[in-house]
Design a protein around this ligand. Sequence first.
Ligand code: C5P
Length: 204
Amino acid sequence: TAGGTREAIDPVRFLSNHSSGKMGYAIAEAARDRGASVFLVSTANLPDPVGVDILRVSSTAEMQKVVVKQCETADVLLMAAAVSDWRPADVAEQKMKKKSGEDKWNLSLVRNSDIVGSIEGKKLIKVGFAAESQRLKQNARKKLKSKGLHLVVGNDITAEDSGFGSDNNRVVLIGIDGRAEDLGLLTKYQTAYRILDKVVSLLG
Ligand code: C5P
C-alpha cells in the first residue's frame, strides 16, 4: 500500500496527512524488479509503475476492502501507507457552510479499524511502518507486537534529510527478535531493496 488515506468530511474536504506515497511506490518497483508479482493499493497521485497492478483508493475503509481481498492469495503484505487512525463520525452530503458568528467548530471523529493488525493469514508475511517523532525504536517494537508484524520499518519523521516527500529515507529495521538495524541515509528505492532482502529471508 502507498500514500495517505483520505477521510471525507463533506464533498470537498477531507482529513489526511503528508505521505507522498514514494516509499510505497519504491517498494512496488523494487519488488517487481526482483521478480515478484505486485499489487499496489494506492491513494497517491504518482505515475503508475510499469509492470505492477495498481488500484487507487481514497479512504481507509476502501483500502481495507482491497487489501483484505488481495491478502487471500498474497505471500507478503507491505503496509507503507499512512493510514488515518480516525475518520469523521458523519460525512456531510452537502458542502458545509460556515455560519455567521461561529468561531469554533468541533469535528467528531471515530476510530478506523487497523488494516494490518486485523489481517491474519497463516503464511502471510506482514511488514508495517512506524513513522515516529520520538522514541522511534521503542514505539516501533510496540507496533511490531500489537499488530502481529514480522518486520517493522521505523523512520524518524523529524529527520531533515529524509522522510515525507523526499526521494531519500533513513530507516531502522526491527524484526521479531527485537534487534534494530539502522540502514542510514539511502534512496527510497535502495531502502525498499533492503526491506525486501529481509522479506526474502522470512519467506525461507
Ligand atoms: O499505528 P500506526 O498508524 O503508527 O501504525 C503504522 C502501521 O500500521 C503502518 O504500516 C500502517 O500502514 C498500518 N496501519 C493500518 N491501519 C490503520 C493504521 C495504521 O494498517 N488503521
